[in-house]
Ligand binder design. Structure first.
Ligand code: MLT
Length: 262
């Protein structure tokens, strides 16, 4: 797995496939490995660049909360070091929040935007409180309870138990400090609805049809905000359609990328 050093911090990333560069950003509390079917068999015509966000996988944690802007800035620096001026930027859930933060920091870097099982709105007061509770709990007791709470909601019931087992193990390797910093970072995230309404580039909004964490309605709302958007609802998929329906997910992403003007 290649790595770069940013301000003394290491950022690991995967770089697989050939074609249009697609920056693919993972959710919480995962790593780049949560895209394993895509890393093993990238969507046609796509070069996937998939970093471990700061504090996850093999990437170093920064100082203070891992804000969506800080993670987006890491990704922009990685693109600079790879010599990539414009890429398709996609993210799953928290990765989607990071993709939106990146669009806010530097919209000129986006060739297209892919929002997967994510939402444009910020946390409300109760949501922020819940994030702080999660952060304190993982700091005191480790990530076990968070994983136990999240796992049943992440995958579709029809998905193979092997996928569930691998995802479970991947999440349990997350460090309490990394998870707490990201939970606090998500609590600080901005409202991106206006940003989406202003965004004039192409946008693909994907969602599992039965996501219990971020319901498909949120995907519909985002797609309605963007002028040039397509909505792709994936059947028999929950919060992580790239794991529930990898072939279908890859086809949707490849189709979107193939329509983009160079
Ligand atoms: C994720 O999968 O990244 C999280 O569910 C996002 C969140 O907690 O808002």
């Amino acid at each position: 797995m290649p790595q770069v050093t940013l301000d003394g911090r290491i950022i690991h990333y995967e770089d697989v496939g050939t074609g249009a560069p697609v920056l693919l950003l993972h959710g919480f509390p995962f790593t780049s490995e949560s895209f394993w079917p895509q890393l093993e068999a990238p969507p046609a015509g796509c070069r996937l660049i998939v970093p471990d966000h700061r504090g996850f996988g093999r990437s170093s944690l920064g100082v203070g909360p891992s804000t969506m802007e800080a993670m987006a800035d890491d990704a922009l620096n990685l693109l600079d070091l790879l010599g990539l001026k414009q890429v398709v930027v996609g993210g799953v859930s928290m990765g989607g929040y990071v993709a939106l933060a990146l669009a806010r920091l530097d919209p000129s870097r986006l060739r297209g935007l892919v929002l997967i099982d994510t939402q444009a709105g910020p946390d409300d007061a109760a949501g922020k409180e819940k994030r702080e509770k999660v952060a304190k709990d993982v700091e005191a007791n480790g990530v076990g309870t968070l994983v136990d709470d999240m796992l049943p909601k992440l995958l579709h019931p029809k998905t193979s138990p092997d996928v569930r087992t691998r995802l479970d193990a991947l999440m349990r390797r997350a460090t309490p400090a990394g998870v707490a910093a990201a939970a606090r970072g998500m609590a600080e995230r901005s409202d991106s609805k206006e940003l989406l309404a202003r965004y004039s580039g192409p946008c693909l909004v994907m969602s599992g049809d039965t996501d219990p964490i971020i319901p498909v309605q949120k995907a519909k709302e985002m797609a309605a905000l963007v002028k040039d958007s397509q909505l792709d609802v994936i059947a028999d998929a929950a919060h992580l359609p790239n794991l529930d329906q990898p072939k279908r997910f890859n086809e949707g992403l490849a189709k979107f990328v193939s329509t983009l003007k160079s």
